[in-house]
Design a protein around this ligand. Structure first.
Ligand code: GSH
Ligand code: FE2
Length: 305
């Protein structure tokens, strides 16, 4: 069956100018997360993808060190932020999008199926009626095939569910920010056992991304450093993934993938920051309303996850 969105993204990738967009990465070691600033060198317009608000679970304190490094880079290069984009509601770190938006503006965007995620976690955390669950905490909700611009750069949105139901990838010029779908070839793929996650759906999303042109640049959202590698890396290509990804290289069938993924997921512990992350990220990175003493609390559901 023809996939018109992939056909369109392919044309965009093939016509993209080499070396454009300009991409700077920021690696957060405590959560193994890569945030990106992607900009158009002509108009100096920029998007920030998957920013991190540092959080210490022992003290409950947030810290803006990671976000401030991004702010410094933007200022040094005279960049104007148009977009604060999330690939999904992260379960392992808090988003710094509201902090950056307050300083510099820009629109906070995520995939339209965030409403599914908001419903599940809204219920889990027994959020009050102030929590809308209709995506309105975000400024923009993308659906598969949506197109928009960062300055003069063309962007196509791909809905790539599996890790979560709302996951999206951003095709910007010839670069794809794959979110949590695949990781570097020697680490494999994202887990599919979070609420609304599904290994079979993830496999189909992976094959879809890997049907883009072989030279397409792919940028990961995490690197977990496998045992036999000592340097963190997060950039690869479609061709490298198709040849070498240990979970999803060409020739691995859907059923083989699902069996592997489900067996591996059964061995994984929950991310350290899942409970603080999801109750903040379901609100686009905003904290829940403060209690009547003025203090903001995050909840821990006991024996519920
Ligand atoms: N140890 C990490 C685990 C984070 C985690 O589960 N990451 C997800 C993406 S949000 C994943 O797909 N991990 C794959 C794996 O650990 O194999 C933490 O506590 O934060
Ligand atoms: Fe994730």
């Amino acid at each position: 069956m023809r996939d018109k969105v992939i056909e369109f993204a392919t044309k965009q990738i093939e016509s993209a100018q080499q070396g454009v967009p300009q991409i700077e990465s920021f690696f957060d070691k405590p959560t193994n997360t890569v945030s990106y600033v992607v900009h158009d060198p002509v108009t100096k317009r920029a998007a920030i993808i998957d920013s991190v608000l540092d959080y210490d679970p022992a003290s409950g304190r947030t810290n803006t060190g990671s976000a401030d490094a991004i702010l410094e880079y933007l200022s040094e290069h005279g960049l104007v932020v148009e977009w604060l984009m999330e690939t999904h509601a992260h379960a392992d770190h808090l988003s710094a999008a509201p902090y950056i938006q307050k300083k510099l503006g820009g629109k906070i965007a995520i995939g339209e199926h965030i409403t599914t995620v908001q419903n599940v976690f809204g219920k889990l955390f027994n959020a009050g009626s102030e929590f809308q669950r209709d995506g309105s905490d975000f400024d923009v909700l993308w659906k598969d095939g949506d197109q928009f611009q960062i300055g003069d750069l063309d962007v196509t949105v791909l809905h790539v569910p599996g890790h979560t139901p709302a996951c999206i990838a951003y095709v910007i010029g010839d670069a794809v920010f794959v979110g949590d779908t695949m990781f570097m070839p020697d680490y494999g793929t994202a887990r599919a056992d979070f609420p609304g996650g599904d290994a079979r759906t993830l496999f189909r999303s992976l094959r879809r991304i890997l049907s883009l042109p072989p030279t397409t640049r792919l940028f990961m959202c995490h690197d977990y450093l496998p045992k036999d590698r000592s340097e963190y890396v997060w950039q690869t290509t479609v061709a490298e993934q198709r040849a070498h990804n240990i979970h999803a290289h060409d020739g691995i069938s859907e059923d083989e993938f699902v069996a592997m993924r489900e067996a591996r997921d059964a061995t994984l512990a929950m991310p350290t920051l899942i409970l603080p992350s999801v109750q903040v990220n379901m609100r686009a990175g905003h904290m829940p309303p403060a209690d009547d003493n003025g203090v903001t609390y995050l909840k821990i559901p006991v024996n519920a996850v």
